[in-house]
Design a protein around this ligand. Sequence first.
Ligand code: NAD
Ligand code: GLY
Length: 357
Amino acid sequence: MSTLTLDLPGGGYPIHIGAGLLGSVDLLRAPVSGDRVAIITNEVVAPLYLSRLTEALAPFDPAIVVLPDGETQKALDTIDRIVGALLKARCDRATTLFALGGGVVGDITGFAAAVYQRGVPFVQVPTTLLSQVDSSVGGKTGVNHALGKNMIGCFYQPRAVLIDTTTLTTLPDRELSAGLAEVIKYAAIGNREFLGWLEQNMEALLRRDASALAYAIETSCRDKARVVMADEREAGVRALLNFGHTFGHAIEGAMGYGRWLHGEAVAVGMVMAARLSERLGWLAADEGRRLRALIARACLPVTPPAIAPQRFLELMAVDKKAAHGRIRFVLLRALGDAFLTDEVPEDALMALLTAHE
Ligand code: NAD
Ligand code: GLY
């Protein structure tokens, strides 16, 4: 097992990474400060892993909330449902919430924890690769609105993140690849050495080699923690973690939440951001080709779905990363060297979107 620490002014927390951590009673109980816990999970994850967590937390009389599966659950209605269940179970302000599941359960639970009785502690127990390398770390919580992804939410940090890497053995292949998109993101924006490692080890990751996965998760969490510690509220450098997301969120919104997986949309979004970087003369063509080849080797899409350019623009304009009416993009000067800009000429953007229509 390895443990990273994310230090923040409001209090740091450990990120434990290891095989079989759902059996580590001490690690699971350590972040509980009161005498009660509630576990929020979903109908897919519950039959696989809920009993282990419930057993470990038995002295805290766990209240259990099992949500339906899917991105469409990331909605205010679900928060209302969780609050209702917690109240019925007589959970008070000293209750610690546990998020057991992927990024959807994690984002919803974090937001529910932030607002339940003005805030209760929560713990992330992520079970998808995407949530283990990204969404469980850093305290972004929230739900979607019909007009935009993640438009309702807040920064609210967990007490601990417990990553049991053996949960990945039951993850569908498509979801594993979706997680690899966020792994590739860290390499593309700031870790060229990791990019080389991913090129060497992509097949091992796809066949779920335990040590390759552990290394990729640890490297991703370390990179993410470093960025979050430097800029918790996304005033600057944290925005680089949104590489591929301006295009990706627009794809998710245009296609209807859940049809394209978040990681798939981000994969295509990274390809589009790299192509835009090439068009604007920032990125050499062979660097763009190298990124596309790695994304394709991770069994991820590299071509966007057919979306009218005007619709694409509208959805990107609503994205949180649009500041003062201008869409902000994370672009590349080179692989491992990303920067933020809102000075993308509209004709270059339209040419890119038209080329992909
Ligand atoms: P998800 O939570 O929908 O999980 C994917 C699927 O895998 C679901 O069907 C889920 O039930 C299932 N599943 C989960 N664990 C499993 C396991 N061990 N075995 C078998 N099936 C399992 O999707 P995700 O990719 O984990 O997360 C995507 C969400 O995360 C999006 O809503 C995205 O916006 C959000 N996100 C948030 C942040 C953040 O910083 N908060 C960062 C990135 C993404
Ligand atoms: N997933 C981007 C961030 O946490 O900032």
